[in-house]
Structure formats: C-alpha cells, structure tokens
Unconditional design. Structure first.
Length: 267
C-alpha cells in the first residue's frame, strides 16, 4: 500500500512539473471565471483621448500585462486590443472582468504580439486583494501616482434585489473645468448632479424597468446638452457603469474622440 501511494504521488508530481514547464509567450486568463480563490478581477477601458501625448509615444493600440502576463486578449498571438474606447472584457458579457492573480502586480502597457515587451509604453505598480473587483479607466491622468486620480478603482458593489440595478457615474472628460448633470427621461429627473471632471459617483441602486431610458448629459445647472445616450435598458439585478468620456471641445459625431456618454455592464 505504501509503495502504491508513493507511485501515485510521483506520478502527480510529474504531471504538475510538466504543466508548469510549458512556457507560453502570452499566457491568458479566462475573462469570466476566476481561476482560484486567490484571484482578483479586473476590467479595463481606454478613455484617454490624449494618451499618446501624455506618454510621449504613439499609444493608439497596446496590450495590458499584469506581471508580464497578457490580460487583454482571448487567444495567444492576437494583436494589441486596447484603443480609445476599447474595453476588456467586451461590454455586455455576463461577467465584465478578467481573472488575474491577487497580490503585488506590475502593470505594463506594451505593444507587440509574440514579443510583448518589444515596446513598453508605461509601467506602474498596484497591489490587488483576492476576491475583489477593480476597474482601470485609462485616462489622460494615468501617470498620476494617486489611484483616485489615475482612476484605478476598486469596485465596491453589493448584490441588489429583484426590481433594482446598480450604477455608478464617472466623469472622465479631464480637459473640461465645469461639472455635468445626467438627466433620465424615464425618471424625469437628474440622476447625477454637478459631477466634476475626474470624479466618480460610487455605485447606488436604481429601480429597474422594461422601459428603455434616454440619458442626457448636460452642463451642470443648465439645459445645455453635451451628449445623449439613447435607448438604454438597465435590467434588474445587473451592475453598470456610466462614463462621460472624450474631448470636451468636440461634439462632431465623426470624431472618434469627441465628448460622449457611454454605459457598460460590470456584472
């Protein structure tokens, strides 16, 4: 019996050694399912209209690596996926977070496909707690040493009851000076008031409805329209983020970096 147990133990060790000896150029994580109880969860969105200027290097497309492991991408060998308005995992997925190991992380923006470090655009460090949720909103303040200004956010939200949903609001239009209001046509009132550039209004619960909503982003305290988000369905039991992003001085629809109101699913 002892001999049999020894054989089984040695076989198991051989399998484990074989698994960890297979090096991959671009290890990827399942974006929907945490890999273990020691995982943290990250959502990434690029809302920095002037990132190339801020970093001093062309940053139109890039990968995001955590401790040299590529997070942004579903398959090895894929091209960089983060661009302005790029989001990972994709909006509307059942779980809008990628699972990554908890603990100290070196976060790197880099270009390249098979050789990820061929050009490193930017690097910073964070410490992530297990079983926690985070969002990195990549803005023009990414080089700030303060997480709140950098918009590396810890997503604190609780499950809501049937008939309600969670939502927060982020004003990521940083080249503006005044605040904004967000008016809900369905609720016939402002749901956010005088939110200054760079500010985050944390998650709160709202009554859900099968009736679609239209949201108007306006200059605070006025009827001056900045952007309109049409036909939004905010469903019961879900969690959303609403973001005002882009260049404050551009409203031209053909400008991909114009000021714009968007929403996406967290969970």
């Amino acid at each position: 019996m002892k001999k049999l147990k020894s054989i089984i133990l040695l076989s198991s060790l051989a399998v484990i050694t074989g698994v960890f000896s297979c090096k991959r150029d671009m290890a990827l994580r399942d974006p929907a399912v945490p890999v273990s109880v020691n995982s943290a969860n990250i959502s990434l969105i690029d809302v920095a209209p002037n990132l190339s200027t801020v970093l001093g290097v062309k940053a139109d497309t890039f990968n995001v690596l955590f401790n040299n492991v590529k997070v942004t991408g579903y398959t090895a060998g894929t091209s960089p996926v983060m661009t302005f308005s790029g989001m990972y995992p994709l909006s509307g997925t059942a779980a809008g977070y990628a699972a990554i190991p908890a603990g100290d992380q070196t976060i790197k923006f880099a270009r390249g496909v098979n050789t990820l470090d061929s050009l490193v655009l930017f690097t910073f460090n964070e410490s992530l707690q297990a079983n926690s949720y985070y969002t990195l909103l990549i803005t023009d303040s990414i080089k700030s040493g303060n997480d709140a200004a950098r918009m590396f956010l810890k997503d604190n939200f609780s499950a809501v009851d049937t008939g309600f949903y969670n939502m927060r609001f982020v004003n990521a239009v940083l080249n503006d000076t005044a605040g904004v209001d967000v008016w809900s046509a369905r609720q016939a009132k402002n749901i956010y008031t005088n939110v200054k550039p760079g500010n985050v209004v944390d998650f709160a619960k709202f009554n859900s409805s099968w009736t679609a909503d239209t949201l108007f982003c306006r200059r605070a305290g006025t009827a001056v329209g900045l952007d309109t988000l049409l036909t939004q369905n905010f469903y019961s039991l879900r969690t959303y983020t609403l973001v005002y992003k882009g260049n404050a001085f551009s409203a031209v629809k053909t400008d991909t970096k114009r000021r714009h109101l968007i929403s996406y699913v967290n969970k």
